[in-house]
Design a protein around this ligand. Sequence first.
Ligand code: PHE
Ligand code: FE
Length: 296
Amino acid sequence: MEAPVKGVNLGVAPVTYGTGDRPPRGDYGRASSDYTCEQDYAQYTEADHDTYRRLYARQVQQLPGLACDEFIHAVQQLGAPAHIPRFDAISEKLMKATGWQVVGVPGLIPEEAFFALLAERKFPVTDWMRKPEEFDYVVEPDVFHDLFGHVPLLFNPVFADYMQAYGAGGLKASRLDACELLARLYWYTVEFGLIDTPQGLRAYGAGILSSAGELRHSILSKEPRRVAFDLKRLMRSRYRIDTYQATYFVIDSFEQLFKATAPDFTPIYRELRETIAKEGEIEAGVVLPGEREFVV
Ligand code: PHE
Ligand code: FE
């Protein structure tokens, strides 16, 4: 086993969403062998804090009626938005609530390192802030997406357990060469999930909740298809990384999500490979005959 030596990951290619040859933006020389690094708080300029403040203000005022209650209640745990929060202060609260911590990372990290951290109830948060000219769209996750999008739901006990189970499941999927299938589950739940509530559909996915435009789009637009969560159907479904999602999957509750993903995926991956070989994958935006669809 490698000792955690600073700089050991320099030059190791981090994961990126989808394919592309854009070099990673973070400084991986700062990271330990588990890819975590200290939050470099001194690096933040007044402009960075100002960007955080403005992003936060724009998102928070849109949440009512669009974000799930669990998210709305927990978002204040991030603290006053006057400055980029300190990861240690959030970890202290999270630890008490659900036993999770946030840890700094220089940017996207390799899948296995990511899974290993989740399995230890550590959520990796990119420490750098997008530039002002990237206010509306940033290609890689930054500190705003990671904190605002992902951290509030880690205060929910069931969701917190789901994230840990996902990490453990990821380590297993790596051994089974099934990461591509499992990544779809992350994409369509953790990043772009919707939940059905007595008040109507609400967003719980971080990619939606940290996006100015997609939050409204995902709940209000007639364009995308909204299909009831079904594990095998979901893992057959391709996704888009360059536009708003054409399909969202809708859960009834976090308990449903947790229970549906609790069984051993080993036979499920096998079955899925056979189905995909015979019937193919499902393109984003396609609804199959007989599927339960939510129409807005
Ligand atoms: N039950 C899954 C498995 O055996 C692990 C998992 C749990 C994956 C939750 C994703 C989410 O692989
Ligand atoms: Fe994310």
